[in-house]
Design a protein around this ligand. Structure first.
Ligand SMILES: [Zn+2]
Length: 285
């Protein structure tokens, strides 16, 4: 069951009940709709499609894919008439990573049998805008979670669709922790903003945005320092598990507890990186 939330007069959020509370956004204009990401399973994205058709008596003209990860892009094929927009890097990542993963997922999950990937044909690099009806969406490159992430700012109603740059635990193992720092800081500095729609989980309200960005930046510092410390003191990977999310200032029950796996993956990744760096230093000595 998809949860539908109206975040401003012309913006909706649809949240997956089946996987990791993925959010898709919808902007409604007098000339059709713009969909920002889709939901992981066809039956969920179909709920969005039905809402647009039957409740809004409209159609989706554009789909903005905020990055190439499976949970956000699988539903685009359900809107064959819509133009797909994405970052320059997404196309290659969709072909190289998302497509083989989809082929495997299809074998495990019959409901994905009909899914095929749609490639973005309108591409953005650092910044671009889409204008439809009376509204403007500004897309900004926001790497860190993955190299191809873009966020989408609905200018007239001041809603930021932040993609996976903002989620209950910052997650960077497919991207770059320093890029993520810069991208979180850019959102911190964005003003005025009313709501921030995270890639996963609940919508952040204006009053929360700064403190959430601060806590996410502090989290990145904490896990990075901790992983380095464990490695340098000769500790094994299992020692990483002693740092829990609460002591990093974040909830350990968000996304149905999935955040704990993401947190552990972050720590393991950073520990692995510290080890690699040390080996490299040894070699060059
Ligand atoms: Zn995601």
């Amino acid at each position: 069951m998809v949860l539908r939330e109206r975040v401003s007069e012309h913006a909706y959020v649809f949240r997956s009940g089946l996987y990791a509370q993925v959010n898709a956004g919808l902007i409604t204009t007098g000339e059709g709709c713009i969909l920002i990401d889709t939901l992981p399973f066809p039956q969920e994205t179909r709920e969005i499609k039905n809402f647009v058709r039957k409740r809004l008596i409209s159609e989706v003209k554009y789909i903005i894919l905020t990055h190439s990860h499976a949970d956000h892009v699988y539903g685009a094929y359900l809107f064959p008439g819509a133009e797909v927009i994405g970052h320059l890097l997404s196309r290659e990542l969709l072909i190289r990573q998302t497509r083989p993963a989809l082929n495997q997922a299809r074998q495990r999950n019959a409901s994905l049998a009909e899914v095929y990937l749609r490639m973005p044909t309108l591409l953005t690099d650092q910044e671009a805008s889409v204008r439809l009806g009376d509204f403007t969406l500004v897309m900004q490159h926001s790497p860190g979670h993955a190299p191809d992430v873009i966020n989408v700012f609905f200018k007239e109603e001041k809603v930021l669709f932040a993609s996976d740059t903002v989620m209950p635990v910052p997650y960077f193992i497919n991207g770059d922790i320093n890029d993520l720092r810069r991208s979180l800081w850019a959102i911190h500095e964005l003003s005025p903003v009313e709501d921030v729609v995270q890639g996963h989980g609940e919508v952040l309200l204006r009053g929360e945005v700064h403190s959430v960005m601060d806590s996410h930046l502090a989290y990145l510092d904490k896990v990075e320092a901790y992983a380095a410390e464990v490695f340098e003191s000769g500790g094994g990977k299992e020692e990483l598990n002693t740092l829990d999310l609460e002591s990093c200032g974040l909830s350990s029950i968000a996304l149905g507890g999935l955040v704990q796996q993401l947190h552990r993956a972050n720590l393991y990744y950073l520990y692995g990186r510290a080890r690699k760096l040390a080996l490299k230093e040894q070699e060059t000595r």
